[in-house]
Design a protein around this ligand. Structure first.
Ligand code: NHR
Ligand code: GAR
Length: 194
């Protein structure tokens, strides 16, 4: 069985979309793959309870308990490797990862970023898209490399920016598309690896 470990920081709706797709599409029989664990850097992340309700193992590695990014990443890596993952999936994970961490998972580390990369890497993507006068916004699934939000693109979805949009209304429109493309991109990757 191939193990998928999902890293979250918050509500975990992308994580839930992946878990639901894995269940609905029977990834276990189709791809010999399952979501083995959900790990958060925030003990209060709402997604942890959602994962537990699906019988998925959960863990917290609190970045505030570590003196440096390197120390946090080493602890996070230990916790992740406990599950011997074939794939590590960032889903609303909010800590920048060190080059050593990224290197350790090279080729098996994915992220979903809420913009049409290469536009708007980093934070506050929706406000930046509105401020720039963009007529379209969206989300990008990409492989994670040491350079933030710059890895090879696996999937994208586009939504319109509508008159009167705020960062929140645009984020909600983008998020509905994230829930479609992230499970699909992971399934495509799993079937490719068979
Ligand atoms: N790490 C690497 N090396 N490469 C990427 O492409 C990464 C990454 C870690 C996370 C997700 C990313 C996003 O999709 C991601 C991609 C957090 C920040 C950030 O500035 C930026 C981008 C992303 C995630 N984080 C602050 C930090 O100091 C903390 C912000 C907070 O806690 O709210 O780490 O957008
Ligand atoms: C998603 O929109 C995701 O793309 C974004 O945070 C949201 C998490 O929602 N990720 C980032 O901004 C990473 N810096 P979720 O917790 O409900 O999946």
């Amino acid at each position: 069985m191939k193990n998928i470990v999902i890293l979250i920081s918050g509500g975990g709706s992308n994580m839930a979309a992946i878990v639901n797709a894995a269940h609905r599409e029977q990834w276990a029989t189709r791809y010999q793959a399952r979501v083995a664990a959900v790990i958060s850097n925030q003990a209060a992340a709402g997604g942890l309870a959602v994962a537990q309700s699906h019988g998925i193992a959960t863990d917290t590695v609190d970045h505030k308990a570590y003196a440096s990014r390197e120390a946090f990443d080493a602890a996070l890596r230990d916790r992740i490797d406990h599950y011997a993952p074939s794939l590590v999936v960032l889903a609303g994970f909010m800590r920048i990862l060190t080059p050593a961490f990224v290197q350790h998972y090279a080729g098996r580390l994915l992220n979903i970023h809420p913009s049409l990369l290469p536009a708007f890497p980093g934070l506050h993507t929706h406000q930046r898209a509105i401020d720039a006068g963009c007529q379209f916004a969206g989300a990008t699934v990409h492989q994670v490399t040491a350079e933030l939000d710059h890895g090879p693109i696996l999937a994208q979805a586009v939504v319109p920016v509508l008159a009167g949009d705020t960062a929140d209304t645009l984020a909600a429109r983008v998020l509905t598309q994230e829930h479609l493309i992230y499970p699909r991109a992971i399934a495509a990757l799993l079937s490719e690896k068979l």
